[in-house]
Design a protein around this ligand. Structure first.
Ligand code: 5GP
Length: 225
């Protein structure tokens, strides 16, 4: 993460995690948050009702449809989509704030939103989380037990449709084992952070190195230029 004495730092960028419901992306996101202090979680706005234990401003910003429409009209959302009958969207300010801190902004959003983020912010990194197999996915989706059969059916159909989009993402990680999947995402992030194009102070640091070398160059070496 921190590039030793050279102190290279990257520009903050969005990390989109998408997956069919039940693939375990929320668990992966939480574990990443524990591992990396350079991750900010994007808090979305939604028109759905809070579930038990969810807190406004922590899990989501819970708003009504009129409020949501106003944010769309004002251009305040980086992306938005209707998911399972409710509106969800990412405030643009989330990314601006993460960038000021040079942090990654982790977005736990659906496939429609992921596409919009990639269009709006091409340097975003998108990762699709796959369940290990269909059986496990169905078990995880129906094992929640909190939804009615019709809702479960809708979630299964939505999962099937989302699975078909996996090839559009930059990376695909199979969540067969949480520790392994988290480690893989973490490796992807380390690699992405080392991209030359993201290192905003690279020219400055290289300039320092070159100056340091030139100060040590004697007239003999100069003769080779
Ligand atoms: P839930 O209501 O279960 O928290 O989320 C339902 C779905 O909406 C999940 O797939 C979640 O990733 C997605 N979602 C949450 N926030 C956003 C958002 O800001 N934008 C989009 N496009 N999808 C979101």
């Amino acid at each position: 993460m921190i590039k030793s004495a050279l102190a290279l730092h990257h520009t903050g960028f969005p990390l989109v995690l998408a997956a069919p419901s039940g693939a375990g992306k929320t668990s992966i996101a939480h574990r990443l948050g524990e591992l990396r202090p350079d991750i900010d979680f994007s808090i979305s706005c939604t028109t759905r009702q809070p579930r038990a234990g969810e807190r406004n401003g922590v899990d989501y910003h819970f708003v009504n449809e009129a409020g949501f429409e106003e944010m769309i009209a004002a251009g305040d959302l980086m992306e938005w989509a209707r998911v399972h009958g409710h509106l969800y969207g990412t405030p643009r300010s989330n990314l601006e704030e993460a960038r000021v801190r040079r942090h990654l902004l982790l977005l736990d959003i659906d496939v429609q939103g992921s596409r919009q983020v990639k269009r709006a912010v091409p340097e975003a990194v998108s990762i699709f989380i796959l369940p290990p197999d269909a059986e496990e996915l169905v078990r995880r989706l129906t094992g929640r037990g909190s939804e009615e059969p019709a809702v479960r059916q809708r979630r299964l159909a939505a999962a099937r449709d989302e699975l078909r989009s996996a090839g559009e993402f930059d990376y695909v990680v199979v969540n067969d084992n949480l520790d392994r999947a988290v480690a893989e995402v973490n490796t992807i992030l380390d690699a992405e952070m080392a991209r030359a194009s993201r290192l905003e102070n690279l020219p400055h640091r290289i300039g320092d190195l070159v100056t340091g070398l030139e100060n040590s160059l004697g007239p003999v070496v100069d003769g080779y230029q």
